[in-house]
Design a protein around this ligand. Sequence first.
Ligand code: NAP
Length: 298
Amino acid sequence: MQITGRTRVYGILGHPLRHTLSPAMHNAAFEALGLDCVYVPLPVAVDSFDQVAGGLSGMGLAGFNVTMPYKEQILPHLDDVASYAQIAGAVNTVQCVGGKLVGYNTDGRGFMAALERDAEFTVRGVQAIVLGAGGAACAAVLSMALSGARRITIVNRTPERAEQLAERVSGRFESVEVSVASPHEDLSVHAAAATLVVNATSVGMLDSPGMPIPAELLRPDQLVVDMIYEPRETDLLRTAASLGAKTMNGLGMLVYQAANAFEIWTEIQPPVDIMREAARGALAEFEAARARVKATTA
Ligand code: NAP
């Protein structure tokens, strides 16, 4: 890759960004298509975000992603926001056009593409349980509502957040019935009817291991999706697979949301398989680095 004054620069704003897979995916795609573009991590400290975001339109970026914890905080700095991102109240992709910043949210499309293409799962008419009520849960609930899910039960530790998410969806989509439940109540009625279980909480991440739902609620006829991709197999996915359920981690969603962002920026069909391979390769490098640290500290 040769970077010159003509190279179009893309990036990702977030904090921390040490484990982001986005540069690997986008740079692999640019290289495969011979595009004079580069994608770089742009870590921004929490107390500097508004100052940095206020100057983004003048920086000459061609586009950028926004990740945790800034997907909501970026909104007042944008000139226009696509309708789906407005409903979600969060933006993860920004296109820079003629000095204006236009925001999109590709997480929901990423989630739906992973369900449909990788798991070959049809959402229309299904009943689902979504664990969590943050940005990832919002992407899952909104995209499933848009795709004609029949009933979605949102289960979250903090009930107010679940209620807020349910209110965001209810009334906008006629076909779907959204309800809220507490993780402390008996969820067996909801689980018995659900053929899709989605973990959109942080429970299961490397620094937060554990099960986000009791194993008794999982069944062999369910598709169990964990949005987490590091580790590749969480306790939830391992348990679900051992019970005969179909499982899928969050890597596909991550790849498809990136592919959708790539298409918004370049108007070129993204090389999804190349992006997926690049994400897997970067993930394997993180895993190897972690194993080395573990070995030296053992
Ligand atoms: P977020 O907005 O911070 O939401 C976190 C969610 O996890 C909230 O519902 C929170 O519940 C819940 N939670 C956290 N710790 C918990 C605990 N100890 N017990 C029970 N619930 C707990 O984060 P997010 O952006 O939605 O991300 C959520 C997960 O999705 C993360 O694992 C993230 O890596 C993953 N994700 C994946 C993709 C992908 O492309 N694959 C994209 C985005 C996110 P409270 O409301 O009670 O705090």
